[in-house]
Design a protein around this ligand. Sequence first.
Ligand code: FE2
Length: 306
Amino acid sequence: MTPVARLRAIRSVTLCSPAATDAAEFYAEVWGLERVEADGGAAWLRGTGAEHHILELRPGASNGLGKIAFAVGSPREVDEAGRRLGALGVPLLTEPGPLDQVGGGYGLRLIDPEGRLVELSADLEAVVPRDPDGHAAIPRKLAHVVLNTVDIDAACEFYTGVLGMRISDWSEHQMAFLRCNTDHHVIAFNAAEWTSVNHVAYEMTSIDHFMRGIGRLRHHGQLPLWGPGRHGPGSNTFSYFADPAGLVCEYTSEVAQVDEDAWLCRVWRRTPELSDLWGTAGPPSRDVRTHMAGVPDPGHLQRSAS
Ligand SMILES: [Fe+2]
């Protein structure tokens, strides 16, 4: 199967929650994002990088995924993706065209096999550089989103076969790490009892900033649910926290960079030495596992119908 598009990057994630307002306050005042816009309980927040926003928070009846947005190269590629998705019978929620949303852009929206809303977009509004010298210990961009799935093989089949992502590594048959550029993973699937968001990770530009970020959270009375540590697959540092909505957010840094022509996918055993290379984090607690499992997500169409 020829993929419908070449995804360049993960742009942003939209999270829905009854506690969206409190969560927005946390991400703006503590986590290090900047609010670019707010409207009727929804908020859009950016990092220091070039994306117009990396996180959108919307009010919702329960915690869930609103949307994941990926960048493609041009409106022409959006149009081509629309044609190919149509030929494959993938349901489009929004046909290719100008996007009526904060940050604008030209894009399309599709529904993946588990009801997640996925946006492919180009030509979003440019923003003025923030922290151009890179001194602030605040997130630059979205690093990755981990999604709980009830069918990890079907999820991988769709995101590789249709969307053209590549599997960088497996953690046994429990997790699959997928890339669309040189970052080892921009999304990962975790085999679970129900579909939900496992966590969202934000990239710090250095390990020093990563640690200073953890220090800032500590100053605000918040200790990591798990971490700090360094994972085996992807080699990235990790420190997981719970936001006021109970959703898990992560500071990460130094994710492995993949040379497309030389990379070989591996299957990692789920041992303490491989999940926590430094040995600083220990095994994940029941509490962090419960947070990462979240609540069953009915999917975009059912959520908008209710
Ligand atoms: Fe992560």
